[in-house]
Design a protein around this ligand. Structure first.
Ligand code: SME
Length: 161
């Protein structure tokens, strides 16, 4: 199946899933599993959420699929994760070995995408995906991951969390 079709099917399935589950946490758990299973180059998929009230602000590892990472808490001035959360912008790194911000999770990781999650216009966390393949996150993949982050933001807003 061509990748564009696989992405379109997954988008629809994830949108349906977001209505079927009760809580944002259930959606996050199901989403990381589905993305990791279906997208063969998404080798590590996980959420980092801002710890409420933490000073300095801190990202904490949430639901994830893939190998355990040494980075369970990341300050906003560190890593690609910190860059995405502090800027509120999607960060795509085609070759992590060339990015001085990169915090290594696995020696096999070659490329990474981090997409912020917004609730009522504020960053509350992010969706982070690592790939063992260089430049895995082309524009169609960026759109899919941004769609996922949007679904989580909407679910969090609806739940009042
Ligand atoms: N690579 C990330 C750290 C998280 S691990 O990839 C799971 C970063 O540079 O912020």
């Amino acid at each position: 199946m061509p990748v564009a079709q696989r992405i379109e099917e997954l988008r629809i399935e994830l949108s349906e899933l977001s209505h079927a589950v009760r809580t944002p946490q259930e959606l996050m758990q199901a989403m990381v599993k589905l993305l990791n299973e279906r997208m063969l180059k998404y080798n590590w998929v996980g959420f980092y959420m801002l710890e409420p009230g933490a000073q300095p602000p801190m990202l904490a590892l949430g639901a994830f699929e893939g190998a355990m990472t040494p980075h369970t808490r990341i300050p906003l001035n560190q890593g690609i994760c910190g860059a995405a959360a502090s800027s509120g912008l999607t960060v795509v790194v085609d070759d992590v070995s060339k990015d001085p911000r990169y915090l290594a999770c696995s020696l096999e990781t070659k490329s990474e995408i981090v997409v912020p999650i917004f609730v009522n216009g504020k960053v509350v966390g992010e969706l982070d995906i690592d790939s063992h393949f260089p430049a895995a996150f082309t524009s169609e993949h960026q759109e899919l991951v941004q769609h996922c982050a949007m679904l989580i933001g909407k679910k969090l807003e609806a739940s009042g969390q």
